[in-house]
Design a protein around this ligand. Structure first.
Ligand code: SF4
Length: 208
């Protein structure tokens, strides 16, 4: 549940703010049952730093209530008996939970060999020419088939780091990139000059 909620909070925001929001939520509420029963404004206040607090707090409260109604508790242990496809089918029914979030639950909460794709991974794989896709979901479908299972989680984690430190969304550091020769990104010549930028080594899921 921690991974599910943390990943939900990370939608459309930075790792730093979503980590603060998750930490606030855990400080404010001792159990997920308390979040489920809390007035929505209290949840909103705890997570407001990460943006979209209205939607996120409503989605989280509704999801917890539905899970409790269906299973009588807020443990996700019942997912362990399911195949990956069944877990996607099960969790997709909750508002605001998409494939990326479920992939993170499978990979980091359940140790399954899946390859979560966020906008950063989508960007990098398209830049280097590993895929030619329009959306993260499309990249997810394709990359899941071509990346060997045993490398999926480590490749995901390393690509996230690579995207933060080298192949950044704005001003990628192509001048210092070890795979520059292999990369098909047409605009890479524009980024052959060093620029000053702040580093962000924060990975939210490592802190859970
Ligand atoms: S050369 Fe530039 S665009 Fe290509 S992978 Fe490296 S940093 Fe990213």
């Amino acid at each position: 549940m921690d991974v599910l909620i943390a990943t939900k909070l990370s939608q459309n925001t930075t790792d730093k703010t979503s980590y603060i929001a998750f930490t606030n939520l855990k400080k404010e509420f001792r159990k997920w049952e308390e979040v489920m029963n809390s007035p929505i404004d209290r949840i909103k206040k705890s997570i407001k730093v990460c943006g979209l607090a209205n939607t996120k707090s409503a989605n989280i409260k509704e999801m917890l209530n539905l899970m409790y109604k269906n299973f009588g508790n807020l443990s996700l242990n019942y997912l362990k008996k399911m195949s990956d496809d069944e877990v996607y089918e099960e969790l997709l029914q909750y508002k605001g939970i998409g494939k990326k979030t479920i992939s993170c639950v499978l990979a980091f909460g359940m140790g399954r060999e899946v390859f979560p794709v966020d906008t950063h991974i989508h960007r990098i794989l398209n830049r280097v020419g590993a895929v030619d896709t329009k959306t993260p979901d499309e990249t997810f479908e394709l990359s899941g088939k071509i990346i060997p299972d045993k490398y999926k989680i480590s490749f995901h984690t390393n690509l996230i780091r690579f995207g933060r430190n080298v192949c950044k969304a704005i001003k990628p550091e192509c001048y210092d990139c070890t795979i520059n020769d292999l990369c098909s990104y047409k605009s890479k010549v524009l980024f052959d000059t060093k620029v000053t930028s702040k580093e962000n080594n924060f990975i939210i899921l490592e802190n859970i």
